[in-house]
Design a protein around this ligand. Sequence first.
Ligand SMILES: Cc1cc2nc3c(=O)[nH]c(=O)nc-3n(C[C@H](O)[C@H](O)[C@H](O)COP(=O)(O)OP(=O)(O)OC[C@H]3O[C@@H](n4cnc5c(N)ncnc54)[C@H](O)[C@@H]3O)c2cc1C
Length: 392
Amino acid sequence: MHPASDSSQSSLPDTRQALVIGAGLSGSAVAHSLAVRGWSVTVLDQAPAIGAGASGLPAGLAAPHVSPDDNVLSRITRLGVQATLQRAQMLLQSGTDWALTGVLEHNLLGKRRLPADTPDQHSTPASAAQIAAAGLPPGTPALWHAQAGWIRPRQLVAAQLRTPGVQVRWGQQVQAIERHGEEWAVTDAQGQTLGQAPWLVVASAFDSLALLQPQPGFAVPLNPLRGQVSFGHMADLTDAQRQQLPPFPINGHGSFISGVSTPEGTPGWFIGSTFERDCTQSAVRAEDHLANRLRLATLLPALGDIMVDQFEPQRVCGWAGLRCTLPNRLPAVGPIDRLRLPGLCLSTGMGARGISLAVLCGELTAAWMNQEALPVPEDLAKHLAAERFASA
Ligand SMILES: Cc1cc2nc3c(=O)[nH]c(=O)nc-3n(C[C@H](O)[C@H](O)[C@H](O)COP(=O)(O)OP(=O)(O)OC[C@H]3O[C@@H](n4cnc5c(N)ncnc54)[C@H](O)[C@@H]3O)c2cc1C
Protein backbone atom coordinates (compact mmCIF):
# COMPACT_ATOMS: atom_id res chain seq x y z
CA MET A 1 0.00 0.00 0.00
CA HIS A 2 1.18 3.52 -0.69
CA PRO A 3 0.25 5.43 2.47
CA ALA A 4 -0.13 8.72 0.61
CA SER A 5 -3.02 7.21 -1.35
CA ASP A 6 -4.85 6.31 1.84
CA SER A 7 -7.49 8.86 2.83
CA SER A 8 -7.07 8.00 6.53
CA GLN A 9 -3.66 9.68 6.33
CA SER A 10 -5.20 13.12 5.87
CA SER A 11 -5.47 13.73 9.64
CA LEU A 12 -1.77 13.04 10.18
CA PRO A 13 0.65 15.79 11.19
CA ASP A 14 2.64 17.30 8.35
CA THR A 15 5.54 18.59 10.47
CA ARG A 16 8.69 16.50 10.10
CA GLN A 17 9.54 16.45 13.78
CA ALA A 18 9.57 13.35 15.98
CA LEU A 19 10.30 12.16 19.48
CA VAL A 20 11.53 8.60 19.90
CA ILE A 21 11.44 6.84 23.29
CA GLY A 22 14.24 4.29 23.59
CA ALA A 23 17.79 4.37 22.20
CA GLY A 24 18.30 0.67 21.48
CA LEU A 25 18.48 -0.97 18.07
CA SER A 26 14.80 -0.19 17.42
CA GLY A 27 14.77 3.48 18.44
CA SER A 28 18.14 4.30 16.87
CA ALA A 29 17.08 2.64 13.60
CA VAL A 30 13.88 4.70 13.40
CA ALA A 31 15.81 7.86 14.30
CA HIS A 32 18.40 7.21 11.58
CA SER A 33 15.77 6.43 8.94
CA LEU A 34 13.83 9.61 9.73
CA ALA A 35 16.91 11.83 9.94
CA VAL A 36 18.24 10.76 6.54
CA ARG A 37 14.82 11.81 5.17
CA GLY A 38 15.37 15.31 6.59
CA TRP A 39 13.39 14.91 9.82
CA SER A 40 14.41 16.44 13.10
CA VAL A 41 14.46 13.66 15.71
CA THR A 42 14.96 13.70 19.48
CA VAL A 43 15.64 10.34 21.13
CA LEU A 44 14.99 10.03 24.87
CA ASP A 45 16.42 7.17 26.92
CA GLN A 46 16.22 6.57 30.64
CA ALA A 47 19.73 5.11 30.79
CA PRO A 48 22.88 7.21 31.19
CA ALA A 49 24.46 5.75 28.00
CA ILE A 50 24.10 3.23 25.14
CA GLY A 51 23.39 -0.42 25.83
CA ALA A 52 21.15 -0.48 28.90
CA GLY A 53 18.60 -2.74 27.21
CA ALA A 54 18.86 -5.87 25.07
CA SER A 55 20.93 -3.93 22.54
CA GLY A 56 23.78 -3.95 25.06
CA LEU A 57 24.40 -7.54 23.89
CA PRO A 58 28.17 -7.76 23.25
CA ALA A 59 27.87 -9.71 19.97
CA GLY A 60 25.04 -11.37 18.06
CA LEU A 61 24.08 -12.78 14.69
CA ALA A 62 22.26 -11.38 11.70
CA ALA A 63 20.98 -14.56 10.05
CA PRO A 64 17.75 -15.45 8.25
CA HIS A 65 15.10 -17.89 9.38
CA VAL A 66 14.26 -20.56 6.79
CA SER A 67 11.21 -22.78 6.45
CA PRO A 68 10.00 -25.32 3.85
CA ASP A 69 7.04 -23.11 2.92
CA ASP A 70 9.11 -19.89 2.98
CA ASN A 71 6.74 -18.51 5.60
CA VAL A 72 6.20 -14.90 6.66
CA LEU A 73 8.96 -14.99 9.30
CA SER A 74 11.43 -16.38 6.75
CA ARG A 75 10.56 -13.74 4.16
CA ILE A 76 10.72 -10.92 6.69
CA THR A 77 14.01 -12.00 8.26
CA ARG A 78 15.56 -12.37 4.80
CA LEU A 79 14.64 -8.76 3.98
CA GLY A 80 15.62 -7.69 7.48
CA VAL A 81 19.07 -9.26 7.37
CA GLN A 82 19.67 -7.68 3.98
CA ALA A 83 18.73 -4.24 5.39
CA THR A 84 20.95 -4.73 8.47
CA LEU A 85 23.96 -5.83 6.46
CA GLN A 86 23.57 -2.86 4.11
CA ARG A 87 23.35 -0.51 7.10
CA ALA A 88 26.40 -2.13 8.70
CA GLN A 89 28.34 -1.77 5.48
CA MET A 90 27.44 1.91 5.36
CA LEU A 91 28.04 2.84 9.00
CA LEU A 92 30.34 0.29 10.63
CA GLN A 93 33.93 -0.87 10.46
CA SER A 94 34.13 -4.33 8.93
CA GLY A 95 36.13 -6.83 10.99
CA THR A 96 35.84 -4.70 14.13
CA ASP A 97 32.13 -3.90 14.50
CA TRP A 98 30.65 -6.53 12.21
CA ALA A 99 31.63 -9.05 9.54
CA LEU A 100 29.86 -10.71 6.63
CA THR A 101 31.31 -14.13 7.46
CA GLY A 102 28.47 -16.39 6.42
CA VAL A 103 26.84 -18.50 9.16
CA LEU A 104 26.60 -22.28 9.39
CA GLU A 105 23.31 -23.48 10.88
CA HIS A 106 23.64 -26.84 12.63
CA ASN A 107 20.23 -28.30 11.91
CA LEU A 108 19.94 -30.18 15.18
CA LEU A 109 16.25 -31.01 15.13
CA GLY A 110 16.03 -31.37 11.36
CA LYS A 111 13.39 -28.64 11.34
CA ARG A 112 15.20 -26.07 9.24
CA ARG A 113 14.34 -27.22 5.75
CA LEU A 114 14.80 -25.03 2.70
CA PRO A 115 11.85 -24.48 0.36
CA ALA A 116 11.97 -26.83 -2.64
CA ASP A 117 11.75 -23.95 -5.12
CA THR A 118 13.73 -21.48 -3.06
CA PRO A 119 13.92 -17.98 -4.48
CA ASP A 120 16.87 -17.47 -2.16
CA GLN A 121 20.27 -18.54 -3.35
CA HIS A 122 21.86 -17.27 -0.15
CA SER A 123 20.78 -20.21 2.04
CA THR A 124 21.89 -23.63 0.81
CA PRO A 125 22.75 -27.03 2.28
CA ALA A 126 26.22 -26.67 3.88
CA SER A 127 29.05 -28.24 1.91
CA ALA A 128 31.21 -31.05 3.28
CA ALA A 129 34.08 -28.55 3.56
CA GLN A 130 31.97 -26.10 5.58
CA ILE A 131 30.78 -28.88 7.91
CA ALA A 132 34.38 -30.01 8.41
CA ALA A 133 35.56 -26.43 9.03
CA ALA A 134 32.92 -26.12 11.74
CA GLY A 135 34.42 -29.17 13.44
CA LEU A 136 31.28 -31.25 12.94
CA PRO A 137 31.31 -34.89 11.81
CA PRO A 138 30.77 -35.62 8.08
CA GLY A 139 27.10 -35.85 7.18
CA THR A 140 25.94 -33.54 10.00
CA PRO A 141 22.73 -31.86 8.81
CA ALA A 142 23.58 -28.20 8.30
CA LEU A 143 22.70 -25.15 6.22
CA TRP A 144 24.93 -22.38 5.01
CA HIS A 145 23.67 -18.79 5.07
CA ALA A 146 26.01 -16.78 2.85
CA GLN A 147 24.34 -13.43 3.53
CA ALA A 148 24.78 -13.50 7.31
CA GLY A 149 27.35 -12.60 9.91
CA TRP A 150 28.06 -11.18 13.35
CA ILE A 151 27.43 -7.67 14.62
CA ARG A 152 28.22 -5.78 17.80
CA PRO A 153 24.82 -4.15 18.40
CA ARG A 154 26.12 -1.27 20.53
CA GLN A 155 28.31 -0.11 17.66
CA LEU A 156 25.32 -0.09 15.32
CA VAL A 157 23.21 1.82 17.84
CA ALA A 158 25.99 4.38 18.35
CA ALA A 159 26.49 4.85 14.61
CA GLN A 160 22.76 5.31 13.93
CA LEU A 161 22.45 7.84 16.74
CA ARG A 162 25.34 9.87 15.25
CA THR A 163 23.25 10.64 12.14
CA PRO A 164 22.97 14.42 11.57
CA GLY A 165 19.45 15.47 12.58
CA VAL A 166 19.32 13.06 15.54
CA GLN A 167 19.64 14.49 19.02
CA VAL A 168 19.91 12.07 21.96
CA ARG A 169 19.06 12.92 25.55
CA TRP A 170 20.17 10.34 28.13
CA GLY A 171 18.80 9.97 31.66
CA GLN A 172 15.23 10.81 30.56
CA GLN A 173 12.82 8.31 32.04
CA VAL A 174 9.45 8.66 30.39
CA GLN A 175 6.59 7.89 32.73
CA ALA A 176 3.61 8.86 30.58
CA ILE A 177 2.63 9.91 27.10
CA GLU A 178 -0.26 12.31 26.56
CA ARG A 179 -1.98 14.07 23.70
CA HIS A 180 -1.62 17.87 24.05
CA GLY A 181 -3.60 19.56 21.30
CA GLU A 182 -2.01 18.55 18.00
CA GLU A 183 1.10 17.08 19.64
CA TRP A 184 2.30 14.24 21.81
CA ALA A 185 3.93 15.17 25.11
CA VAL A 186 6.07 12.84 27.20
CA THR A 187 6.41 13.42 30.92
CA ASP A 188 8.58 12.08 33.74
CA ALA A 189 7.53 10.71 37.15
CA GLN A 190 7.18 14.29 38.50
CA GLY A 191 4.87 15.25 35.67
CA GLN A 192 7.53 17.44 34.03
CA THR A 193 7.37 17.57 30.25
CA LEU A 194 10.48 15.96 28.74
CA GLY A 195 9.55 16.67 25.16
CA GLN A 196 6.69 17.41 22.79
CA ALA A 197 6.29 16.76 19.06
CA PRO A 198 3.60 16.02 16.48
CA TRP A 199 5.04 12.52 16.00
CA LEU A 200 6.01 10.08 18.73
CA VAL A 201 7.63 6.67 18.22
CA VAL A 202 7.63 4.32 21.22
CA ALA A 203 10.64 1.98 21.00
CA SER A 204 11.23 1.21 24.66
CA ALA A 205 10.98 -2.59 24.39
CA PHE A 206 8.98 -4.26 27.20
CA ASP A 207 8.49 -0.88 28.92
CA SER A 208 6.43 0.17 25.90
CA LEU A 209 3.61 -1.85 27.43
CA ALA A 210 3.27 0.42 30.47
CA LEU A 211 3.57 3.57 28.34
CA LEU A 212 0.87 2.42 25.91
CA GLN A 213 -1.55 0.85 28.36
CA PRO A 214 -3.57 4.02 28.92
CA GLN A 215 -4.24 4.38 25.16
CA PRO A 216 -7.85 3.34 24.54
CA GLY A 217 -8.51 0.50 22.08
CA PHE A 218 -4.93 -0.70 21.87
CA ALA A 219 -3.49 -3.74 23.65
CA VAL A 220 -0.15 -5.06 22.48
CA PRO A 221 0.71 -8.36 24.23
CA LEU A 222 4.44 -7.73 24.87
CA ASN A 223 6.35 -10.17 27.06
CA PRO A 224 9.83 -10.18 28.59
CA LEU A 225 12.13 -13.09 27.70
CA ARG A 226 15.36 -13.16 29.70
CA GLY A 227 18.55 -14.32 28.00
CA GLN A 228 22.16 -14.77 29.08
CA VAL A 229 25.23 -15.13 26.92
CA SER A 230 28.48 -16.60 28.32
CA PHE A 231 31.81 -15.42 26.96
CA GLY A 232 35.54 -15.54 27.56
CA HIS A 233 38.81 -14.16 26.29
CA MET A 234 40.73 -15.71 23.41
CA ALA A 235 43.95 -15.08 25.33
CA ASP A 236 42.80 -17.62 27.95
CA LEU A 237 42.36 -20.44 25.40
CA THR A 238 44.90 -23.22 24.99
CA ASP A 239 46.37 -23.91 21.54
CA ALA A 240 44.18 -27.01 21.24
CA GLN A 241 41.06 -24.98 22.01
CA ARG A 242 42.05 -22.25 19.57
CA GLN A 243 42.65 -24.76 16.78
CA GLN A 244 39.17 -26.20 17.26
CA LEU A 245 37.38 -22.83 16.83
CA PRO A 246 35.21 -22.64 13.71
CA PRO A 247 36.23 -19.87 11.26
CA PHE A 248 32.63 -18.55 11.08
CA PRO A 249 29.71 -18.31 13.53
CA ILE A 250 27.57 -21.38 14.17
CA ASN A 251 23.84 -21.12 14.74
CA GLY A 252 21.31 -23.79 15.71
CA HIS A 253 20.75 -24.68 19.33
CA GLY A 254 21.92 -21.20 20.36
CA SER A 255 24.91 -19.69 18.63
CA PHE A 256 28.70 -19.62 18.92
CA ILE A 257 30.88 -16.72 17.74
CA SER A 258 34.62 -16.27 18.16
CA GLY A 259 37.22 -13.64 17.40
CA VAL A 260 34.88 -10.74 18.21
CA SER A 261 35.75 -8.06 20.73
CA THR A 262 34.44 -8.51 24.28
CA PRO A 263 33.14 -5.46 26.21
CA GLU A 264 36.68 -5.21 27.65
CA GLY A 265 38.00 -4.64 24.12
CA THR A 266 40.02 -7.86 23.68
CA PRO A 267 39.07 -10.69 21.29
CA GLY A 268 36.70 -13.22 22.76
CA TRP A 269 34.37 -16.16 22.18
CA PHE A 270 30.62 -16.13 22.88
CA ILE A 271 28.00 -18.84 23.41
CA GLY A 272 24.35 -18.06 23.99
CA SER A 273 21.74 -17.74 24.82
CA THR A 274 19.37 -18.90 27.49
CA PHE A 275 15.60 -18.36 27.16
CA GLU A 276 13.50 -17.73 30.24
CA ARG A 277 9.94 -16.55 29.86
CA ASP A 278 8.26 -13.91 32.03
CA CYS A 279 11.48 -13.10 33.88
CA THR A 280 12.45 -9.44 34.20
CA GLN A 281 15.77 -9.96 36.03
CA SER A 282 18.91 -9.22 34.09
CA ALA A 283 21.59 -10.20 36.64
CA VAL A 284 24.15 -12.75 35.37
CA ARG A 285 23.68 -16.22 36.93
CA ALA A 286 25.97 -19.25 37.42
CA GLU A 287 23.24 -21.70 36.40
CA ASP A 288 22.85 -19.94 33.07
CA HIS A 289 26.58 -20.37 32.40
CA LEU A 290 26.05 -24.09 32.97
CA ALA A 291 23.11 -24.08 30.55
CA ASN A 292 25.32 -22.35 27.96
CA ARG A 293 28.12 -24.88 28.51
CA LEU A 294 25.63 -27.65 27.74
CA ARG A 295 24.34 -25.67 24.78
CA LEU A 296 27.86 -25.52 23.33
CA ALA A 297 28.28 -29.26 23.89
CA THR A 298 25.15 -29.86 21.77
CA LEU A 299 25.88 -27.28 19.09
CA LEU A 300 29.57 -28.15 18.61
CA PRO A 301 30.27 -31.36 20.54
CA ALA A 302 34.04 -31.55 19.92
CA LEU A 303 34.60 -27.93 20.91
CA GLY A 304 32.22 -28.27 23.88
CA ASP A 305 34.30 -31.20 25.15
CA ILE A 306 37.56 -29.29 25.27
CA MET A 307 36.12 -25.94 26.43
CA VAL A 308 34.76 -27.19 29.76
CA ASP A 309 37.49 -25.44 31.80
CA GLN A 310 36.64 -22.08 30.21
CA PHE A 311 33.32 -22.15 32.08
CA GLU A 312 35.00 -22.22 35.49
CA PRO A 313 33.67 -19.33 37.61
CA GLN A 314 36.97 -17.42 37.70
CA ARG A 315 37.17 -17.46 33.86
CA VAL A 316 33.73 -17.23 32.35
CA CYS A 317 32.09 -13.83 31.87
CA GLY A 318 28.44 -13.16 31.19
CA TRP A 319 25.94 -10.65 29.95
CA ALA A 320 22.18 -10.92 30.41
CA GLY A 321 19.27 -8.89 29.07
CA LEU A 322 15.57 -8.93 28.33
CA ARG A 323 14.20 -9.57 24.90
CA CYS A 324 10.75 -8.16 24.25
CA THR A 325 8.54 -10.65 22.44
CA LEU A 326 5.16 -10.93 20.75
CA PRO A 327 3.19 -14.18 20.42
CA ASN A 328 3.83 -14.73 16.70
CA ARG A 329 7.52 -13.66 16.87
CA LEU A 330 6.84 -10.72 14.54
CA PRO A 331 7.46 -7.14 15.72
CA ALA A 332 4.81 -4.42 16.04
CA VAL A 333 5.72 -1.55 13.76
CA GLY A 334 4.28 1.77 12.57
CA PRO A 335 1.08 3.61 13.45
CA ILE A 336 -0.94 2.29 16.35
CA ASP A 337 -4.28 3.72 15.32
CA ARG A 338 -3.94 6.35 12.63
CA LEU A 339 -7.41 7.84 13.15
CA ARG A 340 -7.81 7.80 16.92
CA LEU A 341 -4.14 8.29 17.84
CA PRO A 342 -2.68 10.28 14.93
CA GLY A 343 1.10 10.54 14.95
CA LEU A 344 1.68 7.78 17.54
CA CYS A 345 3.88 4.92 16.25
CA LEU A 346 5.56 1.87 17.66
CA SER A 347 8.69 -0.12 16.83
CA THR A 348 9.14 -2.98 19.25
CA GLY A 349 8.67 -6.70 19.86
CA MET A 350 11.93 -7.62 18.08
CA GLY A 351 12.22 -10.74 20.25
CA ALA A 352 15.39 -12.77 19.66
CA ARG A 353 15.94 -11.15 16.26
CA GLY A 354 16.45 -7.43 16.84
CA ILE A 355 19.72 -7.42 14.91
CA SER A 356 17.97 -8.94 11.92
CA LEU A 357 14.76 -6.91 12.16
CA ALA A 358 15.21 -3.47 13.75
CA VAL A 359 16.78 -1.75 10.74
CA LEU A 360 14.00 -2.91 8.40
CA CYS A 361 11.38 -1.94 11.00
CA GLY A 362 12.96 1.51 11.30
CA GLU A 363 12.79 1.93 7.53
CA LEU A 364 9.18 0.75 7.49
CA THR A 365 8.13 3.16 10.25
CA ALA A 366 9.98 6.07 8.64
CA ALA A 367 8.57 5.33 5.18
CA TRP A 368 5.08 5.28 6.62
CA MET A 369 5.58 8.52 8.58
CA ASN A 370 7.14 10.19 5.54
CA GLN A 371 4.25 8.95 3.37
CA GLU A 372 6.39 6.97 0.96
CA ALA A 373 5.89 3.60 -0.65
CA LEU A 374 6.70 0.94 1.94
CA PRO A 375 9.98 -0.98 1.65
CA VAL A 376 8.30 -4.41 2.01
CA PRO A 377 5.45 -6.03 0.04
CA GLU A 378 1.98 -5.18 1.31
CA ASP A 379 1.20 -8.70 2.56
CA LEU A 380 4.34 -8.66 4.75
CA ALA A 381 3.74 -5.11 5.99
CA LYS A 382 0.33 -6.24 7.28
CA HIS A 383 1.97 -8.92 9.43
CA LEU A 384 4.25 -6.32 11.00
CA ALA A 385 1.70 -3.55 11.46
CA ALA A 386 1.28 -2.36 15.05
CA GLU A 387 -2.31 -1.59 14.07
CA ARG A 388 -3.05 -5.33 14.14
CA PHE A 389 -3.40 -4.90 17.92
CA ALA A 390 -5.94 -2.06 17.75
CA SER A 391 -9.53 -2.98 18.47
CA ALA A 392 -12.16 -1.97 15.92
C1 LIG B 1 21.01 -12.81 25.45
C2 LIG B 1 20.47 -12.22 24.18
C3 LIG B 1 20.99 -12.64 22.97
C4 LIG B 1 20.51 -12.11 21.77
N1 LIG B 1 21.05 -12.51 20.57
C5 LIG B 1 20.59 -11.99 19.41
C6 LIG B 1 21.15 -12.36 18.16
O1 LIG B 1 22.12 -13.13 18.09
N2 LIG B 1 20.59 -11.86 17.02
C7 LIG B 1 19.54 -10.99 17.06
O2 LIG B 1 19.06 -10.57 15.99
N3 LIG B 1 19.01 -10.57 18.22
C8 LIG B 1 19.51 -11.06 19.40
N4 LIG B 1 18.96 -10.66 20.59
C9 LIG B 1 17.81 -9.76 20.57
C10 LIG B 1 18.20 -8.28 20.40
O3 LIG B 1 19.26 -7.98 21.29
C11 LIG B 1 16.96 -7.43 20.70
O4 LIG B 1 15.89 -7.85 19.88
C12 LIG B 1 17.20 -5.94 20.44
O5 LIG B 1 18.37 -5.50 21.08
C13 LIG B 1 16.00 -5.15 20.93
O6 LIG B 1 16.26 -3.78 20.70
P1 LIG B 1 15.23 -2.69 21.21
O7 LIG B 1 15.78 -1.37 20.84
O8 LIG B 1 13.86 -3.04 20.77
O9 LIG B 1 15.22 -2.85 22.82
P2 LIG B 1 16.33 -2.41 23.88
O10 LIG B 1 17.69 -2.59 23.37
O11 LIG B 1 15.95 -3.11 25.14
O12 LIG B 1 16.13 -0.85 24.03
C14 LIG B 1 15.07 -0.25 24.74
C15 LIG B 1 15.59 1.08 25.26
O13 LIG B 1 14.49 1.78 25.83
C16 LIG B 1 14.93 2.43 26.99
N5 LIG B 1 13.76 2.65 27.83
C17 LIG B 1 12.96 1.69 28.38
N6 LIG B 1 11.96 2.26 29.08
C18 LIG B 1 12.12 3.61 28.97
C19 LIG B 1 11.39 4.73 29.47
N7 LIG B 1 10.30 4.59 30.21
N8 LIG B 1 11.85 5.98 29.18
C20 LIG B 1 12.97 6.15 28.43
N9 LIG B 1 13.70 5.12 27.94
C21 LIG B 1 13.27 3.86 28.18
C22 LIG B 1 15.97 1.48 27.60
O14 LIG B 1 16.87 2.16 28.46
C23 LIG B 1 16.64 0.92 26.36
O15 LIG B 1 17.81 1.63 26.00
C24 LIG B 1 19.45 -11.15 21.81
C25 LIG B 1 18.96 -10.71 23.03
C26 LIG B 1 19.46 -11.23 24.21
C27 LIG B 1 18.90 -10.73 25.52
